[in-house]
Design a protein around this ligand. Structure first.
Ligand SMILES: O=C(O)CCC(=O)C(=O)O
Ligand SMILES: [Fe+2]
Length: 215
């Protein structure tokens, strides 16, 4: 089995681990995800989104920029991922939200900071299938840095990388990082977060609306 490997980056607070899961584990996850209910492309709860998503734990509305409802615990097929994150000390508490994103060739995500009023201080993304670049832009200096997200890798945004950098994924069909050329293909990611402004109550008060730049 290929061991998880920590990769050094120049972005403060960013943790990058290649081979966080094996190819077999990736295939098992994809098989389960394909059976799940996709939203987007006209289908609720996020019908306006071109990119398809699946929401585990809580339903998050991108249009309303808030958590809409609680679904329950994360599904069993992601348990081994959470267990490994806890064992490796990446988190000391299980996340209560996981959003699956599907990026077809030509799809990406605009530069944003995940809403700090809604989501906790650690944002984790597990990459499946196609590699892509994630661009980090320092909001104070505007300096941009590309990070390679290879299949089966885990990227963990903490501290400055989580709060002082916007992250984005381009729509480009081909990407270049030094000598490496990436032909973008279908990518699936699982983003693990802790939703803390929801207070664990379905009837709790709405979290404060974040400013557009926060999302
Ligand atoms: O697809 C990813 O790896 C990141 C997704 C993301 O940044 C988000 O949903 O906020
Ligand atoms: Fe994000």
């Amino acid at each position: 089995m290929t061991e998880p490997k920590y990769v050094q980056t120049t972005i403060p607070g960013l943790i990058l681990i290649e081979n966080f899961i094996t190819k077999e584990e990736q295939n098992g996850l994809i098989e389960n995800i394909e059976k799940g209910a996709w939203s987007g492309n006209g289908i609720g709860p996020n019908p306006e989104m071109k990119r398809r998503t699946q929401h585990y734990g809580y339903i998050f509305s991108y249009r309303h920029r808030r958590v809409m409802s609680k679904l329950g615990p994360l599904p069993e097929h992601v348990d081994f991922v959470v267990k490994r994150m806890l064992e490796m000390g990446i988190l000391n508490q299980s996340p209560n939200s996981c959003i699956v994103n599907e990026y077809l060739p030509g799809q990406g995500i605009m530069p944003h900071i995940d809403a700090p009023t809604i989501f906790g201080p650690i944002i984790i993304s597990l990459s499946l299938k196609s590699a892509c670049l994630m661009k980090f832009e320092n909001v104070h200096t505007n300096i941009q840095t590309d990070i390679l997200l290879s299949p089966c890798s885990l990227v963990v945004m903490t501290e400055a990388s989580r709060f002082d950098y916007k992250h984005s994924i381009s729509k480009n069909l081909t990407e270049q990082l030094q000598d490496l050329t990436i032909e973008r293909d279908r990518r699936i990611s699982l983003t693990f977060r802790t939703i803390y402004s929801w207070n664990g109550k379905d009837t709790g008060p709405d979290p404060p609306a974040p400013t557009p730049s926060e999302l």
